[in-house]
Design a protein around this ligand. Structure first.
Ligand code: C2O
Ligand code: CU
Ligand code: CU
Length: 522
């Protein structure tokens, strides 16, 4: 119970300091008096699930199964496909809901340590966000109840206990949250067997097929973890038969630290139809895709030109946060132009509708720069890696409920934030040189528009190469910020006053404290 006691004490102390923050905090405190294990009698869910975090095993490689930590669960109410498991190793859950539906999830922690579930990308009340202040102990239950307010899209969920997120995700705890809505129905995207989700993660294994992770050395955590093998849906040899026709392929970077630069072996372009925050207004074509940790892209692929039996490979280059290209062969499969084949898409004899995506996919309320309260003076988030600690605005993550003056925003305001990844340049070059890294920056509770990128000085070939695959359009909740860059994003704090997080989504950086609370004030 340490966590909740700490939270309550912290809130009352913070309440004195924050003045007009009081109403948001009072609201949060009111919620906190409810036991996390209780469902609200007046809440009538459309979909009700049990979700358990527990030790288990899965067939990741051939031979011995791998011990891992995983989500398990079942549907208590609602359509049977509200909770399924991805093809592949079978340990990655997929929750499907519609916008406007009420969802209740009974989350049980059967792990040997505290945990909590964060719904990545959701616009949601503070208490349901899975902030680490809500972590529950082994044997405890947390009941989530909320109405799904987000647009249709490919969201996901993962544990978020402070300093243990990286370890728990690495152990296998991650799931997809796929939201549909009427606008998506109208766009008539391929669905059913033509809707394919590919979760890309890397892992290292010992000779007995067991997971190998980072030791405790702080330096290793600073550099981030990159595994020797790239798995798709939990398998290093992922293979999927597809009908010859149009598909929606949802790509997720679910790794701890690794960036992927992707392309198709047959030279087909990616026709991007959605990014983190759902459908784009119009499809965008590009030859390659770069996905930072936590980023998603849905692409339209029409396989009708293939003959039955033909294979198209998804090719991936792996890049560490310090932008080392470390792609090596796996399973004796040769590299293709420096990239590793990570998923084989095999055309079957069946056919499916062959068609291009509609020219107009969706409409969403424009986030307009004119509406920003600080277009001339964007809120700065300075990223640094100094004195052995990854920091934001010079600080490491402190108390769970601590909010700095510079991290308060007003409910209803539209703001520009600038992620500055050039501040440690030139400072103590001995160390600075090594610590120049790409950081995928994530903000809870909002989707943002990427306004643009700036850099002082030359762009290296590596930067150009990775930048060619960026998806800086649509609504995003993660943006990859290359070393030497400043990236501006525009977002609106529309609802849900309270405390949320922004952080680097390199999970080891997040756990080392490259994370901060921000407070939405009424
Ligand atoms: Cu997916 Cu706070 O993160
Ligand atoms: Cu998140
Ligand atoms: Cu980082």
């Amino acid at each position: 119970m340490i966590h909740r006691r700490h939270f309550l004490q912290g809130l009352s102390a913070a309440g004195l300091l924050l003045g007009n923050a009081r109403s948001a905090l009072a609201q949060a405190m009111g919620h906190a008096r409810i036991s996390p294990a209780e469902a609200t009698p007046g809440f009538d869910p459309d979909v009700e699930l049990s979700l358990r975090a527990e030790p288990g095993t899965a067939q990741l490689l051939d031979g011995a199964p791998t011990a891992l930590w995983r989500f398990n669960g079942s549907v208590l109410k609602g359509p049977a496909d509200s909770l399924t498991f991805l093809d592949g190793s079978g340990h990655i859950p997929v929750i499907r809901v519609r916008r406007g539906q009420k969802l209740r999830v009974h989350f049980d922690n059967a792990l040997p340590e505290p945990s909590i579930v964060h719904w990545h990308g959701l616009n949601i009340v503070q208490r349901m966000d899975g902030h680490p202040m809500y972590a529950i102990d082994p044997g405890q239950r947390f009941v989530y109840e909320f109405e799904v307010g987000n647009r249709a899209g490919s969201y996901w969920f993962h544990p978020h206990p402070h300093e243990r997120t990286s370890f728990q995700v690495y152990q296998g705890m991650l799931g997809l949250l796929l939201i549909s809505d009427e606008e998506e129905d109208a766009a008539q995207l391929p669905d059913g067997a033509q809707d394919v989700a590919l979760v890309i993660q890397d892992r290292s294994f010992d000779g007995g097929n067991q997971l190998v992770y980072l030791g405790n050395a702080r330096h290793n955590w600073m550099m981030g973890f990159s595994g020797e093998r790239v798995l798709v849906n939990g398998r290093p040899d992922y293979r999927r038969e597809v009908a010859r026709g149009a598909h929606r392929v949802r790509l997720f970077n679910g790794s701890n630290s690794t960036l992927y630069h992707l392309r198709w072996s047959n030279g087909a372009p990616f026709t991007v139809v959605a990014t983190d925050g759902g459908l784009l207004e119009q499809p965008v074509q590009q030859a390659t895709l770069t996905l930072g940790i936590g980023e998603r892209a849905d692409v339209w692929m029409d396989f009708s030109a293939l003959n039955a039996g033909d294979t198209v490979q998804l090719l991936a280059e792996s890049w560490t946060p310090s932008l080392q290209h470390f792609t090596t062969e796996q399973l004796g499969l040769p590299l293709v132009d420096g990239a590793r084949p990570i998923a084989a898409i095999v055309a079957s004899s069946a056919t499916a509708d062959s068609r291009p995506p509609p020219a107009t996919l969706s409409r969403y309320p424009a986030l307009a720069l004119e509406d920003a309260v600080n277009a001339q003076t964007p809120r700065q988030v300075e990223i640094s890696m100094m004195m052995g600690s990854p920091r934001l605005n010079g600080r490491s993550y402190g108390a769970m409920d601590e909010v700095h003056d510079s991290d308060r925003v007003t409910l209803g305001a539209t703001e520009v934030w600038e992620f500055a990844n050039d501040v440690s340049m030139g400072m103590g070059m001995g160390m600075g040189g090594m610590m120049q890294m790409a950081h995928p920056m994530h903000v809870h509770n909002v989707s943002f528009r990427v306004l643009g990128r700036r850099r002082n000085g030359a762009q290296s070939n590596v930067h150009r190469h990775l930048a060619s695959g960026f998806t800086d359009y649509g609504l995003k909740d993660v943006v990859l910020v290359l070393p030497g860059e400043r990236v501006q994003v525009l977002m609106k704090f529309e609802n849900h006053p309270g405390i949320y997080l922004y952080h680097c989504h390199i999970l080891e950086h997040e756990d080392l404290g490259m994370m901060s609370n921000f407070l939405i004030l009424t």
